[in-house]
Design a protein around this ligand. Structure first.
Ligand code: KIV
Length: 274
């Protein structure tokens, strides 16, 4: 039994059953050690396509490929015993048709061991979500700011303000009706996020939304202070690991240049003492 009281790996149905209950704790992970570190503390680990920006230096998530997701998904799976692993479908792997989405979702689950996939989009993706769910693929939906559409959205702007709120509400209802087991609400106004949470039957997982959502997700490198290129308003840094890492690297460089590293305790004698 772990810190979160689970004896087995969580399944999408367990997350669905948490609607209106104890908050669902989610983080992204891309590597085995990070996944292992968070496994006992979170309910859901997302192998996010944010990996492209966070670890690979891409300017957006648009350049992320199936092969990248599979490599990182396999690494994360090796670190998890308890949390549900959800893997992002990358841009271009599901939008064309429900059949294309099924082929790529099945490959992601088969080759990584993920328990579910996540894809971006509301009403226009409802048919695809229903197609996947009917064929055994649990889907986490993602509405509001959908970063894969940054080029048509015109930037990473708050979504659903004013009259646009009704469209966002319709998106959340459509993915729930299609059978998604939860929905990420990204960068939507607090009052709207609370209304969606109250009116939609599946758990809402907020990022830049509201503390009233059924759960929260953050990019792990953001909340640890490891990714420092920029900080969205909705990120709280719970650590400053980036600063600590740079200070440690600078200390190492200084000791190498001063020939104080390696010290006697780090080197090997020519003869082994008898
Ligand atoms: O890719 C990602 O990390 C995400 C989360 C921010 C929800 O989609």
């Amino acid at each position: 039994m772990s810190a979160t009281g689970q004896a087995r790996q969580l399944m999408p149905a367990d997350i669905l059953a948490r609607k209106g209950g104890a908050p669902i704790v989610c983080l992204t992970a891309y590597t085995t050690p990070m996944a292992a570190m968070m496994d006992a503390h979170v309910d859901l680990v997302l192998v996010g396509d944010s990996v492209g920006m966070v670890l690979h230096g891409l300017p957006s998530t648009v350049g992320v490929t199936m092969d990248m997701m599979i490599l990182h998904g396999q690494a994360v799976a090796r670190g998890l015993k308890q949390a549900l692993m959800v893997i992002d479908m990358p841009f271009g792997s599901y939008e064309e048709s429900p059949e294309q989405a099924f082929r790529n979702a099945a490959r992601l689950m088969r080759e990584t061991g993920a328990g579910a996939v996540k894809l971006e989009g509301g009403q226009h993706m409802a048919e695809t979500i229903a197609f996947l769910v009917k064929r055994g693929i649990p889907v986490m939906a993602h509405v509001g700011l959908t970063p894969q559409s940054v080029n048509t959205l015109g930037g990473y702007k708050v979504q659903g303000r004013g009259a646009d709120g009704e469209r966002l509400m319709a998106d959340a209802k459509a993915v729930a009706a299609a059978g998604a087991f939860s929905v990420v609400l990204e960068k939507v106004p607090q009052g709207l996020a609370d209304r969606v949470t109250a009116e939609v039957a599946i758990p809402t997982v907020g990022i830049g939304a509201s503390a009233g959502c059924d759960g929260q997700v953050l990019v792990v490198d953001d909340m640890l202070g490891l990714f420092t290129a920029f900080k969205p308003k909705f990120v709280k840094r719970f650590g400053t690991l980036g600063e600590q890492a740079e200070a440690a690297i600078a200390a190492y460089a200084a000791e190498v240049r001063a020939r104080t590293f390696p010290a006697p305790e780090h080197v090997f004698a020519d003869e082994v003492k008898k």
